[in-house]
Structure formats: C-alpha cells, structure tokens
Design a binder for this molecule. Sequence first.
Ligand code: PEP
Ligand code: MG
Length: 578
Amino acid sequence: MTMALHGLGVSRGVSLGVAHIAQRHHLDIAQRTIQEDQIENEVQRFRGAVFGARTELRETRNRIPRSTPAEILEFIDAHVLMLEDGTLTEPPIQLIRELACNAEWALEVQRNRLAAVFDDMDDPYIASRMDDVDQVVARIQRQLATPTASSDGERSDYDGIVLIADDIAPADLTLLHHEGLAGLITEFGGPLSHTAILARSLKIPAAMGVRHARQLFREGEAVIVDGERGIVMADAPKTVQTYYRKRARAFRAQQRDLIKLRSKPAQTRCGTRIRLDANIDLVDDLKDVRQGGADGIGLYRTEYLFLNRADPPSEDEQFETYAEVIAAMGGAPVTIRTIDVGADKPLQGRGPRSGVPINPAMGLRAIRLCLQDLNLFRPQLRAIVRAAAVGPVRMLVPMLSTPQELFQVRNLLKATLRDLKRDGFAVPDHVPLGGMIEVPAAAIAATTFAKYLDFLSIGTNDLIQYTLAIDRIDDQVSHLYDPVHPAILKLIQGVFDAGLRSGTEVTMCGEMAGDPQYTRLLLGLGLRSFSMHPGHLLEVKQAVTETDIDALKDHTRRLMRASNPLRIGAILREMNEL
Ligand code: PEP
Ligand code: MG
C-alpha cells in the first residue's frame, strides 16, 4: 500500500531507491521458519549477502580518494577481514541448517553470542571492538534486505540504497557516501544542520524531520525521496514513480542549462562585478567548484579532515591536503577555515561531558577549543602557513566572540610565520586573517573586529541560530529559522557598514548567500562577495546578472523599515519580480 510522509526537504533532487532502516537496537529482527526444501537456498542467500558485503567494501576502498585519512582505510580493511574470517559468518550457516531459520535471525543469534563474549572482556579497547562487529552485521543485514526490491526485476531502475535513520552524524554520512548512498531520510534534524549541508554538498537527496519513519517504512521496500519538498513515499504507484523520474530528469536538465553561465562574469546589469566563491567540505567537492565556475574558495571547512579518526591528522598530512586544494584552484584564492569542531561535529573522544546537561552549540567548539588545545591547533596553523607558499591562502577563524580570541590567534599566527621562516620554509610575510561573524556579539561589535582583521565572513547559519535562539539541528523549530527576521537584517547591515567604515572586505558564507531568493536583497544591502555550496553558484550568478542594484534602493529601504514578517515577505517578492 502506498504511504507518504512529510518532513523537511533539505537536499534537492529526487531519489528512487531501496529502503534500508538503520537499526539502533537489535530487537526488530524476527525469526521465521524455512521450509525443509528451502534451507539450502537460505544458506546460499546468506553466503551471497556475505559475498555482496565484501565486494561492496572492496569497491568502497578502491573508490576512496587519496586524501582520505589512513584510519578510514584501516577501518575498512578490518571489516573485510571480519567478513573473510569464519567467526562471524560460519556459525549462522550451521544455525540455518539446524533450526531451519531465516538468515537474518541466524546472523543475529551469532551477533548476540559474540556480544556476550565481548561484554566479558576486561580490556575496554577490545570490548569497544563490538562496534565493528555491529557495523559488519548491519552491512550483511542490508545485503539480505536488498533482494526484496529486486524481486520485481526492476532493480536497475533504482538509484541505490535510501538510508532511513533517526539521525546521522556528518562523519558517518561521508562514509556512506563512499558506499554510494542514493538518498537519506532522518526522523530528526534541520536544514541548517551540518549533516544537511553535507548531504547537499554530496548531492544526496534528503528529507529530515520525518517522524516515525523507521517504524513506518519496511526494510527493502521501494522508496522515493523528494529532497526539495520533503515528501517521502513507500510503494508508490507507477504513475507517481513516472512523475518523479520526470522531475529528476527535469532537475538534471535545468542544472545542465545553467552550465552556459559558467564562464560568464558575475556582473549585474548595472555593471558591478560580484565575487562568487565556493564553500567546500571535502577535496572531492573541487569538481563541483570547477563546474560552478567559482572565483575561489570562500570557505574550506577543514574539520572534516579531523572526523572519523582517533588521532588528528599530522601537520604534513594537513599541508598536503591543503596544497592539493590550492594547486587545483590554479591561483584563485583559497580561504581555509581553522577547525570548527564541537556541537554536531564532535571530535572522537571529546563529546560533551556525560551526565551534565549542557548545550554543545554554546560550549567548547571551534576557536574556543583550538585556543584551549594548542597541540591540536598549532599543527593546523603551521600547515596553513606552509600551504600559503603554494598559492594565495587566507585563514578564517570560526566562532569569534571576543577580541581577545582574535588577538591570541593573531599572535599565534605571527609566531607560526616566524618559526617556519626560522625552520627554513619559504613562507609569505603575511597570511590574510579573517573572522567568521556568526555570534551576535561579534556582529554587534563588528567595528572592533573589522579594525584588526583583513576580512570578515558572515556565517548566517550560526548567526541566525544564536540570535533567534533556534537550534539549527532541531526540525521542531526550523520553521522559526528566518534569515529575513528584522533582527538578522539589522545585524547583517551593521556588519556591512562596519566593513565599509574601516575598508575591510565583508563576505558571506552562510547558506543565505547561496539561496537565490536572497541574492537581490543582499546586493541591495551592499554585499559584493558571496560564498556558497558550489551547486548553487550558477543559480546565484543568474540572479546577479538579472539585477540592477540601483533599482533596488527603494525596496531595500522599505524592507529594512518593516517589522511585520508578512510585509517583509511581500517586499522581498516584489524585489525579486523587478
Ligand atoms: C555558518 O555558520 O554560517 C557557517 C558558514 O559555518 P558552519 O555552517 O560550518 O557552522
Ligand atoms: Mg558556523
């Protein structure tokens, strides 16, 4: 029976795939009795799933880019070994034969036996390896589930697996992407969460905030994810599937059409040249940056290099990765943001203190953490400064809230330049230093920050979160997340004015900069440098080329005076229709 649920569309595109339900607990697997004459078929089904899991992992390993941390490769190798060694995979075969039970159940029984053995281990490290067993078991279970959708012989029509989870960490999403994840449905999470931003960057159609999705969908059934409208469907009739396939094709055609704009300058009708940079999370994003014709990298979120691993990357590893990005940009500026970990991107082993009800978004994250842990921060500073010898690099500091933090970073940067010169590295005399304006205090005191920094970059994702007190990862309040709230517009305007007064460049790298419905408004307010997800560059460029900034004055003035959201919405629409 067809079922449709509604959530928040967070990553555009449509995916028609096969549901895989991420099970937090192992209670959902049911025991079934297999007919005597089907037992050997069941054994073969199990063997096929183990084989499929192994092939999948090997292919993942081959596809993984060179820049991937060594720990991830070791982690994949360990899982392959587990699939090759019979401890996990032989006993279920015996159980299928002895109990005439289904393969899923037999595997679960063996998993529980191993869990009991691990539980008895005194060594906490060895005991923690049960997580690996669970991941391998989940992989085999996924394989066992997959044939259901192929039974109608139309498996080739599906884009791949659609993961249905309660929530998923950005670090896990990068791993699943390497495995070819086709779509994502989560029960919790909002469009500004880092998982959503990453899904957009990885082009995985996604819907979030789809409550009870894990109970309502069945493993292996055909699902549709409409990542634009947030609609997800199971067992949709042929007509609906055809509609969505058409929409997917139209979306691709529209994207292809925009390619024409790639080599055109981002210039308004009145002749103002606008800078359009790209945000990147991973080195892999560079192909989209080229596709989008970016002027440079306005935000390189380096924290993704630090996730999914036990130890941070060394100075050399960081240098090589940054140098790869800089070389690929062929002389265009690259803005490297120092690590912004914490909140929804925790470093392994450094989550919030357990048992204490704290808000991690307001806790020890980003520059606060770096200044407290110089062993983590110094290698990154050295790597960034060394990379500045390869091409034009700017360094960007996240989450500044006091000038003292800025002074500390400036001193550390100066000391790093001095040390590297002393050590014989050919480094430039100066690395431009910028600050993210994403905490209301920094926006209000923007004049002070502008005085001491080479550039300011407005991070609207956090600025809106902190100003409106709306958790960016909470879908329950995401309807209140409003980039054109009068308070936000006043803060943004204040930062632009501070930049103008002190002659400091102001750019914007939050999601608002990549949303074409705000392009004219931001141009009207004075923004001349935007940085966004590369997939949005051409749409924003289109909006730029269709705009006459002089004609926006009256609308901008009225919009800044309005306090009623309906009125603001109406003026924005008028502005976009000019
Ligand atoms: C922001 O907060 O707007 C921003 C660009 O940084 P991030 O999304 O990584 O927090
Ligand atoms: Mg931020």
